[in-house]
Ligand binder design. Structure first.
Ligand code: ADP
Ligand code: ZN
Length: 737
């Protein structure tokens, strides 16, 4: 299929194409088409082409941007080959251009995200599989009988799927093949993607659920761009409601994309999808194997995948006919990519939907202020689900004032929380202790000299992970064995753990509730989808009494027998003091609280706090998020803070401390002025050193009407910075570290 470019080209007459390469380059490069490719039909815009670049060959995409400075024809090199993949759609090309312009990233760097499965561009191979052979008179063992039954309908099956279904080892299949009971068959790759059935029986929706579902179906059926906020209290059935939107997209023959913030932890979500649609959706996240990525990418491009669930990078998949994008838990900061191309997948999902003429649905119990603002100003439609499904009540939330109820010395659970756990367990119900901090202790210090163990590469304390007997930096991953003596003064047995991490809470729980079957859920103990699914199964099957977890327990789970949630340190997120500290704390704690009492037994949530009067605690206790958000808005509006204005951060970094400081100062001196623009900083970043780089921050604040990108572009163009200095641009920053 690959057509080789010939060397004999009449260069002067040859047609040119512009090609964007998946490299950090800001513009397209010109190439000429060899004569056998020179009809426009041979190389339509969007084609994936192999072109020379220096001494090597690179695959890029034929782009339709106009030539800026035409290069003389005789200096151009020819396209070497056109790859046998569906050309990239105009809608995806415009999306890539848009993201590049918005985030001030080189277009090639964004394209790279859309070419994350390079082998998908090659001619598709066939997967090896098996079908029934005609051999007679062979012994049929129980193993073999199951294989024969699995192939009963005559269709061929892939070896791994067949072995799984029949519960036999690959050796059994090979043995049967040797005896002619199975014969090799080739399967088209895409056949692994089953088609979800929109008419498969789902739960009956009534009342406000039915009304919201009908509104979403109408939006999808319209076949045009709309954005809808689906806001519903925890347990109100938001997932079931947006399943109806997916069903509608399927009926229209269009594709649907669902973004989840923590896809690896979505075991329950997948189960429910299968129950509703009769088969699993396609998946896209960092743990999907390269072979599956290749097949998925290609099947998406060919329209064979009709529903895909993924992490934020799924936005860059080549859907030819996207009819719906759902962003579940839209307020989650996990949707913000902080490295490389810095973008917010929730906001970009809206852009992708607009360019594709698709409906976009943002889903949350605690929407971000940005989304609420867009809803209030009429840009987004709003659907509300005010009640929990099946008449379950929302949990009762109480602040547990640690000044009045201090835990024992060296302990972290206050007596009323201990009592509540005991009472819950005595009733045969499940309890959860939540602390958003991994490891054993966030800080280790020497009792003899006061030395604190710090990361050598970052401005951060090392976190003790006692089970592994190691200290780790949660910013750069640096780890070392816990030293036997203080590295500063040499005193032995002098290092003490300060403060709790989830492992330490588990230790305390083991002492307090020795009979309870405990399960720790943190990203290090639940490393992937399989472990998460198993954890969820255990909790559902009531093989666990007490769950102890970090933020991964907060999201989406539905555990009917869980009735008590204890938040060990409700103040934790408030200390950072950045713009969204309160908002984020309310969202997270409300999510965790929402895990309690989701079925018939009522739920109770205890928030351990030293700030019982803080508006965040008050809002959670009164279950009055609207009032809290109104208050939060009133604070942000006068200063033009988001969502009433825009922010963009510049993070200036270098391995050389002086150079970083100087570059930041120089950028500060060149800071743009003008109506509606303020520049704050430079100042050393709170994370003053990260992975060995010294960091300074500048923050540009602009009023709503100001387009920040041109301002930033001009500012950066004026600066002459040494090569070793890096300036990362973060438009709409979420993290201020
Ligand atoms: P949310 O996402 O709003 O927190 P879920 O979609 O997880 O809520 O719904 C909570 C639970 O109620 C789930 O187990 C879900 O399957 C169930 N549920 C919701 N709506 C219905 C319905 N109409 N019929 C049957 N079960 C429902
Ligand atoms: Zn570090």
């Amino acid at each position: 299929m690959i057509s080789q470019g010939t060397k004999l080209i009449d260069i002067a007459k040859a047609a040119r194409v512009r090609v964007v390469l998946p490299l950090p380059l800001s513009s397209a490069y010109d190439y000429v088409l060899p004569s056998h490719l020179s009809s426009p039909a041979a190389v339509p815009v969007g084609s994936f082409v192999e072109v020379p670049l220096g001494a090597r060959f690179v695959v890029g995409v034929v782009w339709d941007s106009s030539t800026e400075a035409p290069v003389e024809a005789h200096r151009l090199k020819p396209v070497r080959a056109v790859l046998p993949a569906p050309p990239m759609t105009a809608s995806l090309r415009r999306f890539i251009d848009w993201v590049a312009a918005y985030t001030l990233s080189p277009v090639g760097a964004v394209l790279r995200m859309a070419m994350s499965a390079p082998s998908a561009l090659e001619a598709p191979g066939h997967a090896a599989g098996w079908r029934l052979g005609a051999a007679l008179g062979q012994r049929v063992t129980p193993d073999r009988a199951r294989v024969l039954a699995a192939l009963g309908d005559g269709a061929a099956m892939a070896g791994d799927a067949l072995a799984r279904l029949a519960q036999v080892s690959p050796a059994v299949l090979r043995g049967m093949a040797d005896r002619g009971m199975l014969i090799p068959a080739l399967l088209p790759r895409a056949s692994r993607f089953a088609r979800p059935d929109p008419e498969h029986a789902g739960p009956a929706l009534e009342g406000e659920q039915a009304a919201a579902a009908a509104a979403l179906r109408t939006a999808v059926a319209a076949g045009t761009f709309t954005t809808t906020l689906l806001r519903g209290v925890t347990g109100s059935g938001k997932t079931e409601v947006y399943h109806d939107a997916i069903a509608q997209a399927l009926r229209q023959g269009r594709q649907a994309l669902v973004l989840l913030p923590e896809i690896a932890l979505s075991a329950q979500w997948l189960e429910r999808f299968e129950a509703r649609f009769g088969c699993a959706p396609a998946l896209w996240h960092s743990e999907v194997s390269p072979a599956t990525r290749r097949d998925t990418w290609r099947a998406v491009a060919q329209g064979q995948v009709s529903v895909l669930v993924g992490a934020r990078s799924a936005l860059f998949l080549p859907f030819p006919d996207l009819g719906l994008i759902v962003v579940d838990e839209e307020h989650e900061s996990a949707f913000k990519q902080e490295e490389g191309v810095v973008y917010h997948a929730r906001d970009m999902a809206v852009v992708r939907a607009r360019l594709a003429g698709a409906a976009c649905v943002l889903v949350s119990a605690t929407p971000s202020l940005e989304t609420i603002h867009n809803a209030e100003t009429g840009r987004y439609a709003v659907l509300d689900l005010a009640a929990r499904h099946g008449g379950a009540a929302l949990p009762e939330v109480r602040a547990l004032d640690l000044r009045l109820h201090p835990p024992e010395r060296g302990r972290f659970l206050a007596p009323p929380l201990i009592e509540a756990v005991n009472a819950t367990l005595a009733r045969g119900e499940q309890a959860m202790l939540f602390l958003n901090r991994r490891g054993y202790a966030p800080l280790t210090l020497c009792r003899a000299c006061g030395h604190r163990l710090q990361c050598p590469n970052c401005t951060a304390w090392l976190v003790e992970h006692r089970a592994q007997r190691r200290l780790a930096c949660h910013h750069c991953g640096h780890t070392l064995p816990t030293p036997p003596a203080c590295p500063s003064c040499g005193a032995e047995h002098s290092l003490v753990a300060i403060g709790p991490g989830v492992e330490r809470v588990q230790e305390e729980a083991a002492a307090l509730f020795p009979e309870a079957r405990r399960l720790v859920m943190a990203s290090d103990s639940i490393p992937g989808p399989a472990a998460a699914a198993e954890a969820a199964r255990k909790i559902e099957a009531r093989e666990v009494d007490l769950v102890i977890g970090t933020q991964i327990v907060a999201k989406g789970w539905h555990f009917p027998h869980l009735t008590l949630v204890g938040v060990v340190d409700a103040d934790l997120g408030l200390s950072g003091g950045d713009l969204r500290a309160s908002e984020r704390t309310v969202q997270l704690l409300h999510q965790v609280a929402g895990r309690a009492g989701r079925a018939s037994a009522p739920g109770l949530v205890l928030l351990q706090t030293y700030n019982a009067d803080h508006p965040v605690m008050q809002a959670l206790v009164a279950n009055d998020l609207a009032a809290f958000l109104a208050e939060e808005k009133a604070q942000r509006a006068p200063g033009h803070w988001p969502p009433f204005g825009r922010l963009a951060a510049l993070i200036v970094s270098s391995e050389d401390a002086l150079e970083a400081a100087r570059a930041a100062r120089d950028l500060g001196l060149l800071a743009p002025g003008g109506a509606g623009i303020t520049v704050l900083g430079p100042a050393p970043a709170p994370l003053a050193q990260l992975r060995g780089r010294h960091r300074h921050r500048l923050l540009l604040k602009a009023e709503r009407g100001v387009a920040v990108q041109p301002v930033l572009r001009e500012w950066l163009a004026r600066a002459r910075l040494p090569n070793a200095v890096r300036v990362q641009v973060d438009v709409d920053p979420v993290s201020f570290l």
